[in-house]
Design a protein around this ligand. Structure first.
Ligand code: FRU
Length: 501
């Protein structure tokens, strides 16, 4: 039997310490009624980006940026979970911990990356981050696993020790895929204030050659591109990235064509993956049914003047969660369509339905018993004959009106707004999206409410918006309203959702 190396022993020790820290707190953290009921969360403490998403040996694997010592960002580890259906997740031991000179630092660690199946070996590429003499050093590293649970860091790490001329010290988040027998990697970077996606290739995941700049900002698309993701979709290619320095726009997609000869991606279509405050670093993978699926972190770094924090849940020993999985499809005009995976339907319990109904100002349409902190809502409003200036929902309302979250469509401006100024006393901000629907086209909304998140889809799933709110558990009132005139519901379906945990 081969003896473990010194490096492997140090890694094991770091993992054990992290596991012990989580074991001590997970029961306490698990009792918080504010925990999400059907979105993925770590057992306790901090979580950010999804990492290493892969459908491996007939199971879905989700790794995630994790700080196992507090409900705040710190030296990064990779947490790990798996699922058979994308809805019910089983926690697995922490997969990666900082332990090597290239990834051991209290403000660094094992940063984001991706996973591939290399002839049965689950192989992950991540960014080792350290700060030496005040200088950021980010390198790309490999770790492999025979059983899909226990990982060994490659002794030849880092496999890419530093950025090329086209990049800078901000050089992270490798996403790897295979094309015609060759491995490719896209890495996020920045140079002179221009966000970039850099392309590498390799025959074996170990020796990497720099190819060139896959795509970069034209000066208006952010100063640093975090978590780039690149994949083919119906004959075209898609680049996703999370830009720093692009104001409220947090997750961008570009659709275009890839030339593997030149290594250049030429795009013609740009859009937002999500229009909300809290949807960042989406990562995609291909599943066993050939679906392209994305999952994102339900929070975002922010540089807004009003930005305070990542939510008030740290007092309950957790912070952060993952979005519900969404499929990615290409529309005929090269825009993307994002739909919640159909597996989520297993969560549906009691169903409330109404057909053709007029909504007039001040009238109540939804019975009280329908309210819940865990709901799926599908609504269709007829727009012909609608005289209302505004149509919308009151979500997570308190009985006495002291808390409410408003989702409002303005029929004159065509703008949908999510207003959380009265959600909970903690949340702030109004988020808007100019919808594509026009004229007589019905307004269709598909909304998922889970304890502290609202994910919403409209424009035939071409527009998504995700925002967090933190109302009291008792604030569960739901109402549909019209103001300035009347509106017509064509159909309204509401399901109470069960917990997946
Ligand atoms: C994105 C990000 C990545 C980095 C990770 C660190 O949210 O900033 O660029 O790898 O988080 O936790």
């Amino acid at each position: 039997m081969e003896l473990p190396t010194q490096g492997a022993l140090l890694h094991r020790e770091a993992l054990l310490k992290a596991e012990q820290s989580i074991s001590r707190i997970k029961d306490t953290a698990g009792k918080d009624p504010g925990r999400l009921k059907y979105h993925f969360m770590a057992p306790a403490y901090w979580i950010n980006d999804p990492n290493g998403l892969i459908f491996y040996k007939a199971e879905y694997h989700l790794f995630y940026q994790h700080y196992p010592y507090a409900a705040e960002w710190g030296a990064m580890h990779w947490g790990h979970a798996k699922s058979k259906d994308l809805v019910h997740w089983e926690h697995l031991p922490i997969a990666l911990a900082p332990s090597e000179p290239y990834d051991l630092h209290e403000r660094g660690g094992v940063f984001s990356g991706s996973a591939v199946d290399d002839n049965g070996i689950l192989s992950v590429l991540y960014t080792g981050t350290v700060i030496k003499d005040g200088v950021l050093i980010q390198s790309q590293c490999l770790a492999t696993s025979q059983d899909g649970i226990t990982f060994e860091k490659y002794e030849g790490n880092p496999v890419i020790p530093g950025p090329p001329e086209d990049g800078s010290a901000d050089f992270r988040d490798p996403k790897v895929w295979k094309h015609n027998g060759t491995w490719y990697m896209v890495v996020g970077s920045s140079k002179d204030g221009i966000g970039k996606a850099l392309l590498y290739k390799s025959p074996d995941l170990r020796a990497w050659n720099y190819v060139g700049v896959l795509a970069e900002s034209d000066g208006t698309m952010g100063t640093m591109w975090e978590c780039p993701d690149f994949f083919p979709l119906d004959g075209r290619y898609v680049l996703l990235f999370s830009p720093m320095g692009m104001g409220e726009r947090k997750t961008i997609y570009l659709v275009g064509d890839m030339d593997y000869e030149t290594g250049r991606f030429t795009w013609d279509t740009m859009g937002d993956v999500d229009h909300g405050f809290e949807y960042y670093a989406p990562q995609s993978f291909l599943d066993g049914q050939g679906r392209r699926i994305i999952i994102a972190w339900l929070n975002a770094w922010d540089w807004m003047p009003w930005f305070k924090d990542f939510g008030p849940t740290d007092v309950n020993h957790w912070c952060g969660a993952m979005s519900a999985p969404r499929t990615v499809e290409l529309d005929s005009d090269s825009r993307l369509i994002f739909k919640p995976v159909k597996e989520l339907e297993v969560l549906r319990r009691e169903h409330f339905h109404i057909g053709q109904t007029e909504v007039t100002p001040g009238a109540s349409v939804i019975p009280k018993y329908v309210g819940s902190d865990c709901l799926e809502i599908k609504a269709e409003f007829e727009m012909s004959g609608c005289t209302a200036e505004e149509i919308g929902f009151v979500l997570r309302g308190a009985g006495d009106g002291s808390q409410q979250t408003l989702l409002v469509y303005n029929t004159k401006t065509g703008v949908l707004r999510f207003d959380r100024t009265r959600s909970d006393g903690w949340s702030e901000g109004v988020r808007t999206a100019a919808l594509e629907r026009t004229g007589e086209e019905p307004l269709k909304l598909h909304i998922f409410v889970d304890t502290s998140v609202v994910e919403l889809y409209t424009d035939n799933y071409r527009t998504a918006m995700t925002n967090n709110i933190y109302p009291e558990p008792a604030s569960i009132a739901l109402e549909v309203f019209a103001s300035g005139g009347s509106a017509n519901i064509a159909s309204l379906d509401i399901w109470k959702l069960r917990s997946a945990w």
